[in-house]
Write a protein that binds this ligand. Structure first.
Ligand code: URA
Length: 486
């Protein structure tokens, strides 16, 4: 047996390195024992991977395979390394193998990747932080979660992005994640007893849950299939659901009268700290300059009432930029795009489409929340043409610094901004478009369109179409760079 050594159960970089050496040395999958750091290699006599005849010869595979393998490697199935090794070897003789969904190896790998993506979605949706005693509003917080697969490192990208400003730990039976506001550390496996029970954060979360619980959308069956019993156990809100269901009809009526509140005091304070003067926009030479200057933007009147400018976020080498309309109530408070209800639909859909939000740049056509105050409610208002045009300045800068391979317009306002005039979203959705500089542009609906659909059937049909559009987006930018070194 030949030993291939990995640094952990989902060490993708390690698998890539070892698989490359094995493939170049002509070693077959059955001859390899894959050892993760927990395995006791001393029990067996093992040989090392012999040096390759071909020296450092290039070995390329479709980029799609790398993305598939990144998910499969996280699956708990012990046969995952051998399966990927076999696929890698087969791809050399069968370049179109990945298109053959009926192939048993491909079908198995795709099913494993789907299961991992689902587990990732569950973790990002169902982790609940509790405050550690003595915590303030920034933490420390702690959460317990039991993933099905080895997804901890993958999930870490999501949590460090989403909860960047807090101090938190996520404990799991596989290991723990610790974030101090700037650095992430991986720690040992934990047990549920390591997470404190019921506290102020939990009380806060329960109040929040009661307030966002939407009786008009109540679908107990779907909730149970989406959130298996295993996850319910760890959700503080689980025990609230039965009484909330019981009072759903009355609450549906009350809800019409209820509302999001005005920004809390913390955000009002932030409002006071906004730059007094408009920044010198001609001095912008980097994305960082642009993000900082946008905080003082006075290009239209929307800055007067919004809490803050919500600039785009994501890696500056992202292959794809998603453009929404404008920040909503929660984005205005958090200072980050797509973190409210529309953001949750967006997160779920891109994950189901096999894309990774952490690798995308997400922004809006308009950077300030436009609303009408009705009583205490801040009611979203569509930006007008002048506001969209004024804000195009910032979107142009973002596109100039990120240089994506593809831009996706989410909804009509984003499309209007990107093509520079009004256009029918329905017909744009089915066409291949491009920005003035030639960057391919895809158009799809805005996630909040899905939230507004009144009936369940239309919602699931349109949601599936939205996911299909996002899958098309993924395929489109992947095809532009079709192969990668393994
Ligand atoms: N809707 C948007 O268009 N953008 C956001 O960031 C949130 C909701």
């Amino acid at each position: 047996m030949i030993a291939a050594r990995l640094n952990g159960p989902a060490d993708f970089a390690g698998w890539r390195r070892e698989a490359r050496r094995l493939a170049l040395a002509g070693i077959q999958p059955e001859a390899v024992a894959w050892l993760t750091s927990e395995d006791n290699a001393g029990l067996f006599a093992m040989e090392s991977i012999p040096p390759a005849d071909a020296g450092d010869a290039a070995l390329t595979v479709p980029r799609r395979f790398i993305e598939l393998a990144e998910n499969v490697i996280c699956h708990r199935d012990a046969g995952r390394f051998v399966l990927l090794h076999r696929l890698l070897l087969r791809l050399r003789d069968e370049p179109r193998l990945l298109d053959n969904a009926a192939d048993a190896d491909i079908a198995r790998a795709e099913a494993m990747a789907r299961s991992v993506r689902r587990d990732l979605h569950k973790m990002t949706a169902f982790v609940r932080f509790r405050a550690v005693s003595g915590a303030d509003e920034d933490g420390p917080f702690i959460a317990w979660f039991e993933p099905e697969h080895f997804i901890l490192e993958r999930a870490a990208r999501f949590f460090t992005g989403r909860f960047a400003g807090m101090i938190w730990s996520i404990m799991t039976p596989q290991g723990s994640l610790h974030w101090d506001g700037s650095t992430l550390q991986f720690g040992p496996a934990a047990s549920k007893a390591d997470t404190p029970d019921g506290d102020a954060m939990e009380a806060y979360w329960l109040t929040y849950y009661v307030n966002i619980f939407n009786p008009a959308r109540l679908k107990p069956k779907a909730m149970k299939s989406e959130m298996p019993v295993k996850y319910w156990r760890n959700l503080p809100e689980a025990e609230l659901i039965a009484p909330l269901i019981a009072s759903a009809a009355r609450r549906a009526e009350d809800m019409v009268m209820r509302a999001p509140t005005q920004p809390p005091e913390r955000h009002v304070r932030q409002l006071r700290h906004r730059p007094e003067a408009q920044a010198d926009e001609s001095a912008i030479t980097s994305w960082q300059d642009a993000a900082a200057a946008a905080q003082g933007c006075r290009r239209c009147a929307l800055h007067c009432n919004a809490t803050q400018t919500v600039f785009g976020e994501g890696p500056l080498d992202a292959p794809v930029v998603f453009v929404g309309e404008q920040p909503g109530d929660q984005e205005d408070l958090a200072g980050r795009p797509f973190v409210g209800p529309a953001g949750q639909v967006f997160d779920r859909a891109i994950q189901e489409a096999g894309l990774d939000r952490a690798r995308a740049y997400v922004t809006n056509a308009v950077k300030h929340f436009k609303f009408q105050l009705r009583g205490k409610r801040r009611i979203h208002e569509k930006p007008n043409v002048g506001e969209i045009k004024a804000c195009r300045f910032w979107l142009d800068l973002e596109l100039q610094f990120v240089k994506p391979r593809l831009v996706v317009a989410l909804g009509a306002s984003a499309l209007r901004s990107l093509i520079g005039h009004a256009g029918s979203l329905a017909s744009a959705r089915d066409r291949e478009l491009a920005l003035e500089d030639g960057t391919p542009l895809l158009a799809t609906v805005h996630p909040s369109f899905l939230l507004r659909l009144p009936d369940e059937e239309a919602r699931s049909r349109e949601y599936a179409r939205f996911v299909a559009d996002l899958e098309r987006a993924g395929a489109s930018y992947r095809n532009q760079v079709s192969s990668a070194g393994i």
